[in-house]
Design a protein around this ligand. Structure first.
Ligand code: ADP
Ligand code: MG
Length: 242
């Protein structure tokens, strides 16, 4: 039997003040796959992500994780019970905690196993030896990697990332994208990454879902979406990449 997809979103809708912001979004992500939800500012990406996270409720539609409904007409699983890790542009580390304490914050179990998991993740993000430092002693890129390690520490089934690199210096961004992708792949998480930057989606995605005006207008491999844009607007959206 084929396993259920890690994430399945069916016909999600959400309006604010009578204006549809998410208008029938469906998507599927397999375990280990990175899907980028790509589209211009205001098209409904963050609202979609927030509904999957459970911090915003849809008007209609269903969300299933590993085949089990976490949001639907008859059942809503609270955010903290969905097994989801999250990362946002403002990744807000706890300033008064050390790097190791930040990474271990959401971990359960005994001290030895928690320390082992923290050590493993710090190694993955190339921050071995940084455990006793505080966030303010780190660069922006290093803080971003600590936030990634913290989000992945409890082994989330699904990682939701909303423009996680947009606060970073241009010079650092490509390197951090590559490191982040490598860590996500090593950990085997399914990832939904929201971005308005085509080059980011082309660099990181196994699959791109192109969104406009609350709808997914095209989805497929980066190659397919880039080479065979669904319409003129999709082509124009990719055309300012250099
Ligand atoms: P994106 O992440 O693609 O930039 P958003 O999902 O943040 O888009 O927002 C889509 C639209 O929905 C925007 O016009 C935004 O102003 C509106 N919106 C989002 N959240 C709310 C809210 N809580 N109340 C009213 N309007 C909202
Ligand atoms: Mg947004």
């Amino acid at each position: 039997m084929t396993p259920a997809p890690r994430l399945e979103v069916q016909s999600l809708t959400r309006s604010f003040g009578g204006k549809p912001v998410v208008d029938g979004v469906s998507l599927t992500i397999a375990a280990g796959q990175v899907t980028c939800l790509l589209g211009p500012s205001g098209c409904g990406k963050s609202t979609t992500l927030r509904m999957i996270a459970g911090v915003e409720l849809p008007d209609t539609g269903r969300i299933l994780i590993d085949g089990a409904e976490v949001c639907g007409p008859s059942h809503i699983t609270p955010p903290e019970a969905r097994g989801i890790g999250m990362m946002f542009q403002d990744f807000a580390l706890f300033p008064h905690l050390t790097v190791a304490q930040n990474v271990g914050f959401g971990l359960k179990g005994d001290r030895v196993s928690r320390a082992a998991r923290v050590g493993e993740l710090l190694e993955r993000v190339n921050l071995t030896g940084y455990g006793d430092k505080h966030p303010h002693q780190l660069s922006g890129g290093e803080q971003q990697r600590v936030a990634l390690a913290r989000a992945l520490a409890p082994r989330p089934r699904l990682m939701l990332m909303d423009e996680p690199f947009s606060g970073l210096d241009n010079r650092l961004r490509d390197g951090i994208r590559d490191t982040t992708l490598a860590v996500l792949k090593e950990e085997g998480a399914a990832v939904l990454l929201v971005t308005h930057e085509p080059d980011e989606a082309l660099r990181m995605a196994d699959e791109i879902a192109l969104m406009r005006g609350g709808r997914i207008v095209q989805s497929g491999s980066p190659y397919h979406v880039y080479m065979k844009p669904a319409d003129k607007a999709a082509a124009a959206f990719f055309s300012d990449i250099n």
